[in-house]
Design a protein around this ligand. Sequence first.
Ligand code: NAD
Length: 471
Amino acid sequence: MAHEFKLLINGELRGGVTQFPVLNPATEEVVAMCPKADETMLDEAVAAADAAFPAWSARSHEDRVAVLSKLADAIEQRADELAHLLTSEQGKPLNQAQYEVMGTVGTLRAFLGMRIEPQTLRDENGNRVVEHRTPLGVCASITPWNFPVILLFNKLAPALLTGNTLIAKPAPTTPLTTCLIGEIAADILPAGVFNVVCDENELGSKITTHPKIAKVAFTGSTATGAKVLASSAGDIKRVTLELGGNDASIVLDDVPAKLAAERIYQGAMANAGQICVAIKRAYVPRSMYDEFCAEIAKLAEAAVVDDGAKQGSTIGPIQNRMQYEKVKGLIEDSKTRGKIVAGGEIPDRKGYFIPPTIVRDLDDDAPLVKEEQFGPVLPVLAYDSIEDVIARANDSPYGLGGTVWGMDLEAATAVAMQIDSGTVWVNQHLAIDPNIPFRGSKKSGMGGELGMAGLMEYTQAHIVNAVPLAQ
Ligand code: NAD
């Protein structure tokens, strides 16, 4: 019998008020029906999380680590099932889905090795000032559809470890893996500590205005992030925003064109380009431009674009129809403004497939250069001087990531220092590590995730300032 997916509210696996279909983007067939929560069910989940908070936050750090370790073990045991489900609902090739699930287990375990200790700020003449960090209460995780599993745990792990309770709301097109995680967690976590509610885009604004929710951890588009920030203001909620990006990748002139093409191709096309820190604009020296374009075009032509469940597929479909239409529009527009050197033709088949597409000779104001494409389409741009390329890389409202490639590490690092982004990688890409904070500058975000800084985001300062009582 097909798996029946449930919401998790107050430790109970429950059906929704109605159900909605979740499609496989490779086949456009229904993977499964997802239970849908309404506002009353959200209220019940928040009330349960609120009721569970005192006991969960009162447990010792070691105790919470022990419980969450069991969750990590249970997810590892069900990793294969989760990865297959992830491929079915998200579209990514199975090996990439397995990588996401195991990366999630690794992220949870990495957080379990972190601990916030009280900081003595002053201890002199009898005056002792200590900063403790206390949990916030009920937190909410709102996640997008590109990495539905790991992006949930970037929030769940620090939230629960520091003693908060959590409501998880996945994206409407990829909710099933979150439901399955709820099912796994139901046997491990105390009732109310972790709750799952699913929607078709109605609950986000109810979450951000819910008076009992202390913090919203949001990953998604900049446009929705701005709404989250505005609507959380009434209650002065804590908000962390991980938003969009338009990351530039700069090749310095001492790098062989073929090597640069290989690295940039991977960075632009993994997860069919649906990565917040995917390489979204490539800048190469004019002297190398033709050779680089030819090399990266060869890689794009060699891609196997197919159902992620089929062995050998290297690029799966775009996750949903709306994004598919948007990326197709950017390709059509690029045909009139520049030259397509690979891809560009949309196959006539079921599924939201777009072949890796390389576009050259675009002006800097072309939509494909200015906007976040979030798909397997890469503009390649020529530059004439380092000053010119740094200015163009920084000429964006976004500042999430970026990459610089150079044989001379010092020279490449000096360029990286001038890129206005939360993270700039040198001679590597997507080196996201749970122990290293991740955050965006400008319109790419506020606050951050991962590392000790990410853990701190789920706490508030509690300063105890004591002196002996003078007679
Ligand atoms: P989205 O903003 O459309 O949706 C994200 C989530 O917000 C979904 O769960 C959605 O249901 C919910 N939502 C919708 N309306 C809401 C509202 N008014 N209030 C609160 N929540 C609401 O984003 P998407 O299209 O699912 O994801 C793609 C975007 O996410 C891209 O821009 C990408 O760059 C960004 N992203 C950023 C990061 C990062 O870490 N910076 C990571 C992954 C994706």
